[in-house]
Design a protein around this ligand. Structure first.
Ligand SMILES: *Cc1c(COP(=O)(O)O)cnc(C)c1O
Length: 500
């Protein structure tokens, strides 16, 4: 399997090369030449297997310059009880006979990003070796809150890597912030950016595309790499949990093999739901992928109208990890919609950077409508949904998962579609205690991490261990920079002199 850029300028890369590079030189993202297929027989076989085997089987189909044994070893290390606890890596919670929650929240940082970021360091380290790369990888991360901590946790003290995380100063929850700023490890750095997530992401992309800076880093034995969901190594592990969810529904007799299911995904950068689309293209029986947006509903508009327009107000919401106006991974979907036409994708992207908008022609919208549906959820509805699910089912969900559940209910009411549905649950409610407590009608009597024990007492649901221990954590990293100061911050971290 070989990889090429969505913008058509680069091709013929092995998966190891695509993972090491992260972003293509022509500004595009790496995509596989074709989609490997998954037969119903294989799905039935995987249903009898633990998550490590399901994951390594999917990885092996895409990363065929890695050996199956190697991938199995990485999956075993990444997805075992030590990191994900005793209840299974990605368990299903049955809410009612039509609605299931795929809990991707049991990893070390309590967000779905762990699924990819626990295994990515193994993939990247092996890929460095396979590509004979001797320089140190400096991993730059822009985060809307959860990727930052999950990357730090994954790459902490991994030899041959340094990692630097930029988060929007006023755009993450107190708990997310302390999770990041208290990170241990000798190869890590965390900096606040004066701006929102899009500013941080734009800043990181600008550092990446600064050729003089890259040359300077090269002289000092460094190269830039990415742990954001633009990296192919982030996406491929995510395909596996869609397959795994389907396997779980088979094993608990909810569906028969071949029967279609819906997935409803709280979406920001379009990485999670894109992995669902890839699973569908591989042959996983999926009826609809429902893309759920919060108040920043640029994706919901795009999926219903075919026009992407980021010229709109940016809102800071109670679901901060979805506060995004420029969804990077949508570029990979455009590539498929256009029949793998790099020229067409380049034009959309150049229109986006010139005017902030693009419109896809009618011919491209058929595939969108075949697979995708869209929904949105206001701030108020997010809170009401958390309260309702709690009072009706005694099930506690976070602000992002609530957006998805609301979107699913609206979709079902509007379409009459009664297909078995899975809500993809992306974070522990304990990462967003203030909003969750407020939704449940509790006055916040404390601040920040102290609310963890308040929520625990109120609900009787134990906080996950990595968050429960945060109350003793001390921030190590307190710096903040402007978007234009990000390059200097990278230089200072790496001890590289600044020439421009
Ligand atoms: C990152 C994140 C999302 C959005 O996922 P994308 O892959 O960026 O679409 C949703 N919910 C939570 C909790 C997240 O951390």
């Amino acid at each position: 399997m070989l990889y090429k850029s969505t913008r058509g300028g680069v091709g013929g890369l092995t998966s190891a090369e695509a993972i090491v590079k992260g972003l293509s030189e022509d500004g595009g993202l790496y995509v596989p030449d074709s989609f490997p297929q998954l037969s119903h027989e294989e799905i039935k076989e995987l249903a009898a297997m633990p998550y490590e085997v399901r994951a390594s089987s999917i990885l092996a189909k895409y990363l065929n310059d890695f050996s199956v044994q190697e991938l199995q070893m990485y999956a075993r290390k990444a997805y075992g009880e030590k990191n994900f606890g005793v209840n299974g890596t990605v368990p299903i919670f049955i809410l009612d006979n039509n609605t299931h929650f795929l809990e991707l929240t049991h990893g070390p940082t309590c967000a779905f990003k762990d699924i990819a970021l626990q295994i990515l360091p193994y993939l990247l380290t092996a890929a460095l070796e396979k590509t004979n790369e001797k320089r140190t990888a400096c991993i730059l991360v822009a985060t809307s809150g959860d990727t930052g901590k999950a990357s730090l946790e994954g790459f902490c003290d991994v030899p041959g890597t340094k990692i630097m995380v930029f988060y929007p100063r006023d755009g993450v929850s107190d708990i997310q912030k302390l999770q990041m700023t208290s990170q241990s490890g000798g190869n890590v750095n965390v900096v606040a950016v004066e701006g929102n997530f899009d500013d941080a992401q734009t800043g990181v992309k600008a550092v990446f595309s600064d050729e003089a800076f890259r040359a300077e880093l090269n002289e000092h034995g460094y190269f830039l790499s990415s742990a954001n969901s633009i990296n192919w190594g982030r996406l491929v592990p995510q395909i596996a949990y869609y397959v795994s969810a389907y396997c779980e529904l088979l094993t608990n007799w909810t569906i028969k093999c071949g029967e279609k299911v819906n997935f409803c995904v709280p979406t920001g950068n379009f990485g999670n739901i894109l992995a669902g689309y890839y699973a569908e293209r591989m042959g996983l029986p999926i009826n609809k992928l429902i893309c759920a947006s919060n108040r920043n509903d640029v994706l919901a508009d795009f999926l219903t109208e075919g026009v992407y327009d980021k010229n709109r107000q940016f809102y800071t919401t109670v679901s901060p990890s979805m506060d995004i106006l420029v969804s990077s991974n949508l570029e990979r979907l455009l590539f498929e919609l256009s029949g793998k036409d790099g020229g067409a994708v380049s034009e959309f992207m150049s229109s986006l950077s010139r005017t902030g908008r693009y419109e896809v022609p009618v011919e491209m919208r058929g595939e969108l409508e075949r697979v995708f549906a869209a929904g949105r959820c206001s701030e108020e509805d997010t809170c009401t949904t958390i309260a309702q699910v709690w009072s009706d089912h005694h099930y506690l969900i976070d602000t992002h998962t609530a957006v998805a559940y609301k979107a699913l209910r609206d979709y079902k009411a509007e379409s009459g579609d009664e297909t078995t549905s899975v809500v993809v649950s992306t974070a522990s409610p304990y990462k967003f205690c203030d909003s969750v407590l407020q939704a449940l009608g509790e006055e916040a009597s404390a601040a920040g991490v102290e609310l963890i024990s308040v929520l625990q007492e109120f609900t009787g649901i134990p906080a996950p261990a990595p968050l429960a221990t945060l109350c003793n954590a001390k921030p190590r990293f307190t710096d903040s920079v402007s978007v234009t100061g990000m390059k200097n911050a990278v230089s200072a971290f790496l001890g590289v002199g600044i020439s421009s």
